[in-house]
Design a protein around this ligand. Structure first.
Ligand code: PLP
Length: 364
C-alpha cells in the first residue's frame, strides 16, 4: 500500500524528528540509571503524589475542560490574570499549539541550537527553522540572533537556561535584546529549567508581560523538571490575552484530572521543592568539580544537567556508560543529568575508568 498520497505535504517534506528517533531506540531505559533525560532525581512533592493517587481513582472522568482552578492558581502565583495563562499537557504539546497559532508556511523561526521540539514546531507548519550558532562558550548568542532577523522572521525562541548547554543569558542582556527586537516578532521564552538556577541574574521574563504590553512575549514553563512530574504531563504558557486567545483556538491544551490536581498541589508545596533543590545543587556542584578534575571541559550550568566535553568520542563514552548501566545523552558532546548522590558517584567512578581506558588505548 502506498500511503504517500495520504500524508500531508508538511509531514512528507519534514525531516525525521530528532525526538521521535530517540524515542524509537530499542534500549530498555527501565534497566538503566537514567541520567540522560533531565528528569528530577528526587521526584515530586509527596503531597502532590498523594493528590494524584486519590484523583486517579476517578480518572474515568475528564478533567475540568476550562482548567479553572489550575489557571487561577498559576495566575495568582505570578501576579497575572487568568487570561494570561494557558495550561496544557506539558510544554511539548504547547509548543505545537504555538506553531498552530502563529506560524504560516514560509515563516522563519530563529533560534540557537536548543530543544529539538522547536525545529519540529517550525517544520510541521512548513516554516523554516533558522539556527544561529552559540557563542564559543556555548551561550545563546543574542547578537547573532538579532543580526539574523529578516522580514520573514515570525518567532525567536530563547531557551533560558538553555538545553542542551545548561548555560544562560543574564537579565540585563536579555531585556536589552527583547527591547531591540521589532514588535511584530513573537519572542518565545522557554524557561523549562529556570527554577533550578542559582545565579541571581538568571531570572524569568514573565514580568515583561505586564511591563512591556507592546511586546509579544510568551513564557513557557513545565511541571516536568523542577516539580518532578514529567510522567504526569503538565506545562503552561503565559502571555498577553490576545496571544493566549489565539492559542486557545488550537489543539494541545487538555490536561488529565490527576494532572490538574497534582500541579495545584505541587505549586502549593514550595517548601518541599526549596529543600530538594539544595540536594540537586549539591549534586551539580559535585559533578562539575569531579568532571573538571578528570580533565573534561565543563560548561557551568543553571539547570539540573551538565554539558561536558570528555575530549574523546561522545558516543563512545555514552556506549561505555550504557554497558555499565548508566544512560546519559550525547548529542555531539556529552550531557549528564544530575542524579541522587550515589548515582553521581557511580557515574564519576565509571567516567574515570572510561577515560583511563581511552588514554591507554591512545598510548598503545
Ligand atoms: C528546554 C525544554 N523545553 C521543554 C521541554 C518539554 O518538557 P515537557 O513537555 O515535559 O513539559 C523540555 C524537555 O526536555 C526541554 O528540555
Amino acid at each position: 500500500m502506498d500511503v504517500t498520497k495520504l500524508i500531508s505535504k508538511a509531514a512528507l517534506e519534514k525531516e525525521e524528528s530528532r525526538r521521535a528517533s530517540r524515542a524509537a531506540s530499542n534500549i530498555d531505559f527501565s534497566k538503566l540509571i537514567r541520567m540522560g533525560f533531565n528528569e528530577h532525581p528526587f521526584g515530586m512533592s509527596p503531597k502532590a503524589l498523594e493528590v494524584i493517587i486519590e484523583e486517579s481513582k476517578t480518572s474515568n472522568l475528564y478533567g475540568d475542560f476550562q482548567k479553572k482552578e489550575l489557571t487561577e492558581k498559576l495566575a495568582d502565583f505570578y501576579g497575572l490574570e487568568p487570561e494570561n495563562v494557558l495550561a496544557g499537557a506539558g510544554s511539548s504539546p504547547l509548543i505545537e499549539t504555538i506553531g498552530c497559532a502563529f506560524l504560516n508556511p514560509g515563516d522563519e523561526v530563529l533560534m540557537c541550537p536548543t530543544f529539538a521540539a522547536f525545529i519540529d514546531m517550525a517544520q510541521i507548519r512548513m516554516a523554516t527553522p533558522v539556527i544561529v550558532p552559540l557563542t564559543e562558550d556555548k551561550v545563546y548568542d543574542l547578537d547573532a540572533l538579532y543580526e539574523a532577523i529578516t522580514d520573514k522572521t515570525k518567532i525567536i525562541v530563547v531557551c533560558n537556561p538553555n538545553n542542551p548547554t545548561g548555560t544562560y543569558v543574564g537579565k540585563e542582556k536579555l531585556i536589552e535584546f527583547i527591547k531591540k527586537v521589532p514588535d511584530d516578532i513573537l519572542i518565545l521564552m522557554d524557561e523549562a529549567y529556570l527554577e533550578f538556577a542559582t545565579a541571581s541574574d538568571c531570572v524569568s521574563m514573565y514580568p515583561l508581560i505586564k511591563e512591556m504590553p507592546e511586546k509579544p512575549i510568551i513564557v513557557m514553563k513545565t511541571f516536568s523538571k523542577y516539580y518532578g512530574m514529567a510522567g504526569v504531563r503538565v506545562g503552561y504558557a503565559m502571555g498577553n490575552k490576545a496571544l493566549i486567545d489565539a492559542m486557545k483556538k488550537c489543539p494541545g491544551t487538555m490536561i488529565s484530572k490527576a494532572g490538574q490536581a497534582g500541579a495545584i498541589a505541587a505549586l502549593a508545596d514550595q517548601d518541599y521543592y526549596k529543600e530538594v533543590k539544595k540536594k540537586v545543587v549539591a549534586g551539580m556542584t559535585y559533578l562539575e568539580e569531579e568532571l573538571t578534575k578528570l580533565g573534561c571541559k565543563v560548561y557551568h550550568s543553571q539547570t539540573n544537567f551538565i554539558l561536558f566535553d570528555p575530549y574523546m568520542d561522545a558516543q563512545e563514552v555514552r556506549n561505555a556508560l550504557m554497558e555499565r548501566g548508566i544512560m546519559i545523552s550525547a548529542p555531539n558532546i556529552c550531557r549528564v543529568s544530575v542524579g541522587k548522590m550515589e548515582e553521581n558517584e557511580l557515574f564519576i567512578k565509571y567516567m574515570k575508568e572510561i577515560l583511563e581506558e581511552n588514554a591507554l588505548k591512545k598510548e598503545a
